[in-house]
Design a protein around this ligand. Structure first.
Ligand code: ZN
Length: 193
């Protein structure tokens, strides 16, 4: 359990980890406010894929959201060139409601998570979120630079909070029926990244 990093502390941690950061507009104050259970305490970092292509369009939708789901849809967008675009800070619409048993396992930093079944735990208050630009069709490649940026971003946050790599999870591990991130990142935990 931890208090979320301030924007300034987040930037410091990301730069120290060698993340190529792009600050998008008013990201420091762009969030969903106190809806649901607000933001924090935070317990981990969740990885998603966008099901979009093109950096500019993907960053825009992650910042602004779309009809029916207001942005931000994550905190950082990982483009294929290895840059991390910061689009929001605070509560973001990325994790939705997931399984409280999964949250408990993440808090204990267990290597294996139970399969998600329930959808009763507000995840948007508990997780930082990365959207990786990928079509999620199992064919769209995951360039090394993009994977490196995601590894550095997650490492920076985990290090700043005193967490290990098992504080990182896939959206698919949180909510039944989700498949993201599909491809290389889908095996993130089991391969010990
Ligand atoms: Zn997702």
């Amino acid at each position: 359990m931890a208090t979320p990093l301030t924007p300034a502390n987040l930037i410091t941690a990301l730069r120290a980890e060698g993340v190529d950061v792009v600050e998008v507009g008013s990201w420091r104050t762009h969030n969903r406010g106190t809806r649901g259970t607000g933001w924090g305490p935070v317990n981990g970092v969740m990885i998603h894929h966008t099901v979009t292509s093109g950096t500019d369009a993907s960053v825009r939708i992650c910042r602004d959201g779309y009809s029916g789901l207001p942005g931000p849809l994550c905190h950082a967008v990982a483009d294929k060139a290895g840059r991390m675009h910061l689009v929001g800070h605070g509560r973001a619409n990325h994790a939705g409601n997931g399984d409280p048993d999964v949250l408990a396992a993440v808090i204990r930093e267990e290597k294996s998570l139970p399969a998600p079944r329930a959808a009763s735990q507000d995840g948007n208050s508990r997780f930082y979120g990365i959207e990786a630009i990928n079509l999620g069709d199992g064919k769209d490649p995951w360039p090394a630079a993009q994977l490196e940026a995601i590894a550095r971003y997650t490492a920076a946050i985990c290090r700043a909070h005193g967490w290990n790599q098992y504080s990182v999870l896939a959206h698919a591990e949180w909510q039944a029926g989700k498949i993201d991130p599909r491809g290389t990142l889908g095996t993130w935990r089991s391969t010990g990244h």
